[in-house]
Design a protein around this ligand. Structure first.
Ligand SMILES: NC(=O)c1ccc[n+]([C@@H]2O[C@H](COP(=O)([O-])OP(=O)(O)OC[C@H]3O[C@@H](n4cnc5c(N)ncnc54)[C@H](OP(=O)(O)O)[C@@H]3O)[C@@H](O)[C@H]2O)c1
Length: 141
């Protein structure tokens, strides 16, 4: 895969190990951004993307999007590795297939945790991303 001139920005793609998130991560890395991808169970696939581009370009991080502390830690690790964070793609999501009235309450809870809480967390008050992003944007200006 051919990379263009290095873009100084850093991106975090939640659920970047496969599917749409992997496509986004590959595109960002191809465009020259440094990218962190998160996953919960598909470590090999996340690490395969990191291997494609090399450790200076893509890193795989285990982080469950339903766990605010894990997301905070992923953000902190991204900043520690790449020095800044400019772009967050909140992509991780799950869907239980079947009739809604036949879903177990645990399945509904899990979907809410991953798809709703997980969506809010990177922009939420508990996450370190806001001050980090503002600080890196200011220093880049
Ligand atoms: N494909 C569609 O037609 C479609 C339509 C509408 C909306 N969407 C949304 O678009 C997003 C991507 O869809 P997709 O089809 O690419 O999904 P996918 O192929 O199932 O991939 C989901 C990605 O999210 C990760 N993931 C799942 N749960 C996670 C969690 N709790 N924490 C962190 N990562 C997690 C998965 O890795 P692990 O399994 O390793 O965790 C995987 O990398 C989802 O939010 C989905 O709801 C998709």
């Amino acid at each position: 895969m051919t990379q263009t001139v290095r873009d100084s920005r850093v991106a975090l793609v939640t659920g970047g190990s496969r599917g749409i998130g992997a496509g986004i991560a590959r595109r960002l890395a191809t465009d020259g951004l440094r990218v962190a991808v998160t996953y919960t169970s598909t470590r090999e696939r996340a690490e395969a993307i990191a291997s494609e581009f090399g450790p200076d370009s893509v890193v795989a991080i285990h982080a469950d999007s339903s766990d605010p502390d894990a997301v905070d830690a992923a953000v902190a690790r991204t900043v520690a590795l790449f020095g800044r964070l400019d772009v967050v793609v909140v992509n991780a999501g799950i869907a239980s297939v079947g009739r809604f009235d036949e879903l177990e309450s645990a399945q509904i809870d899990r979907m809410l945790q991953v798809n709703v809480t997980g969506c809010c967390t990177p922009c939420g008050r508990r996450c370190a991303i806001c001050p980090t992003t503002v600080a890196s944007s200011r220093s880049a200006a």
